[in-house]
Ligand binder design. Structure first.
Ligand SMILES: *Cc1c(COP(=O)(O)O)cnc(C)c1O
Length: 447
């Protein structure tokens, strides 16, 4: 046995491994984190933290980054929604655990609320209540895909899909959404990405960050691809009711004849209660094609012994009593804000806002070559904060450079102020492209 100075010291903090030869080879605190934890990365956080930001002290900060509609206090949950939780507390009945898929009464209420998603009756046993739509997505993905397989996700798209999968060793393959086609998917490319290891296709409709809503025809085209290659769909429909006047949302499960769908939704956005962490997966699988994956999904619910039961207790009343007028007023505010932002941004040289038809965001294209001081969208965003104290998320957060995303949930006056500051910023940095002038001159000469 090797005797070290430390042991001679008889120090109780000394490394005991050397004293005890029976340490099974554990000779130090050599603790590592596994691949999953190491590679679970939220891109938005990484990009935002890498920005060198010091807002202009002369102008109050306007954060157009925050995807939480409750932040500014202009949008509040309905009284009926909150009272339902009060009653659930007062009843004293919802302090215990529920079935890991959730209380039967709550699942029945969700089945009724989501009846439009299926031509058949939705059974409570085909519903899993989850901790927000995020865990609905997590369970759905992990019930279908494992290391070595791939899933298809939209680009630009919500970064959580990547966060949930990459650490697991599941490959993500991006299908492009095309701004010039109201953000429809590039179907040819989508099809080309599918191979024998494709476990699922994720669609997000209406879309974060695009604010787009797929047409019925487009969804049917996507379904045809999935049917041809036997690919199940995970539908992130957390914004399914966030649709502006004139647009219509179709649940993909309602249109599907043969493709099984895990549909993920929740209270978060529509009821303006993201902190309540209440979501669900609805299993649409008439032909029992996902029988094994459905068992897997239900197993996943057991990992955290089910979701918050207090809100489950309130769910029937929340879904029944929250009035249509409340939902309508939220949509009115969002679509008014979208119109306002779009009409102001449209006039700015170098910017191309894409008018949304749903959700609560707008994507704005930047002709980055006309802002030669900035190398890319992240630098554009950084300088916009530093000079004008207006903070948007760079498109890179959603895998689409040379765009920025703004949220439409902030008060109207702040949107107006933000857009005027963006105009001032762009005017200050816009450079007329000399080659364009020259060709224009040449054109004139030739006339
Ligand atoms: C907000 C959001 C979610 C997550 O919702 P939670 O219920 O808060 O977990 C999922 N998908 C998209 C596209 C979102 O924007």
């Amino acid at each position: 046995m090797v005797v070290t100075g430390l042991e001679n010291n008889n120090n109780s903090n000394a490394n005991p491994s050397a004293v005890n030869s029976n340490n099974k080879g554990r000779t130090s605190w050599n603790i590592k984190t596994p691949t999953l934890a190491k590679n679970t990365i939220n891109r938005i956080r990484i990009i935002v933290e890498s920005l060198k930001i010091s807002p202009n002290p002369a102008k109050p900060m306007i954060p157009l980054t925050i995807g939480d509609p409750t932040t500014f206090g202009n949008l509040k949950a309905a009284d009926e929604t909150m009272k339902a939780v009060l009653h659930a507390i007062e009843s004293g009945k919802f302090n215990g655990y529920a079935h890991t898929q959730g209380h039967e009464s709550a699942r029945k209420a969700v089945a009724k609320y989501c009846a439009h998603q299926s031509s058949e009756e939705i059974k409570p046993e085909n519903i899993c209540l989850t901790s927000g739509c995020s865990s609905a997505l997590e369970y759905s993905i992990l019930a279908l895909a494992e290391k070595g397989q791939n899933i298809l996700i939209p680009r630009p798209g919500f970064c959580l899909y990547q966060t949930l999968t990459e650490g697991m060793g599941i490959e993500v393959r991006y299908y492009d959404l095309l701004p010039e086609k109201q953000w429809e998917a590039d179907l040819k490319q989508m099809e080309s990405l599918i191979d024998e290891n494709t476990a699922a296709l994720i669609i997000n409709n209406p879309s974060n960050p695009c604010g787009s809503v797929f047409s019925r025809e487009h969804l049917e085209d996507i379904l045809a691809i999935c049917e041809k290659y036997y690919v199940p769909i995970i539908a992130d429909e957390v914004y399914e009711h966030f649709v502006f006047p004139g647009a219509k949302h179709y649940a993909v499960s309602a249109l599907s004849k043969n493709v099984p769908v895990f549909s993920c939704g929740g209270l978060t956005k529509r009821f303006l209660v993201p902190g309540w962490r209440t979501g669900w997966v609805i299993i649409h699988d008439r032909e029992n094609r996902l029988a094994e994956a459905t068992r897997g999904l239900k197993n996943m619910c057991g990992r955290i012994l089910g979701s918050n039961t207090l809100v489950q207790g309130a769910l029937p009343a929340i879904l029944e009593n929250t009035p249509q007028s409340f939902f309508d007023s939220v949509i009115d505010i969002l679509s008014e804000n979208a119109n306002l932002a779009w009409s102001m941004l449209k006039k700015i040289r170098g910017l191309n806002p894409v008018m949304p038809t749903g959700a609560m965001y707008m994507m704005v294209g930047i002709n980055i070559e006309q802002f030669p001081e900035f190398a890319d969208d992240t630098q554009f965003v950084q300088e916009l904060v530093n000079q004008q104290s207006v903070f948007c998320l760079p498109g890179s957060c959603f895998e689409l450079p040379n765009f920025v995303r703004l949220v439409l949930t902030i008060p109207k006056a702040m949107i107006e102020e933000a857009c005027s500051r963006i105009a001032e910023f762009c005017e200050a940095h816009y450079k007329v492209d000399n080659s364009i002038i020259e060709t224009n001159l040449l054109d004139e000469i030739s006339y």
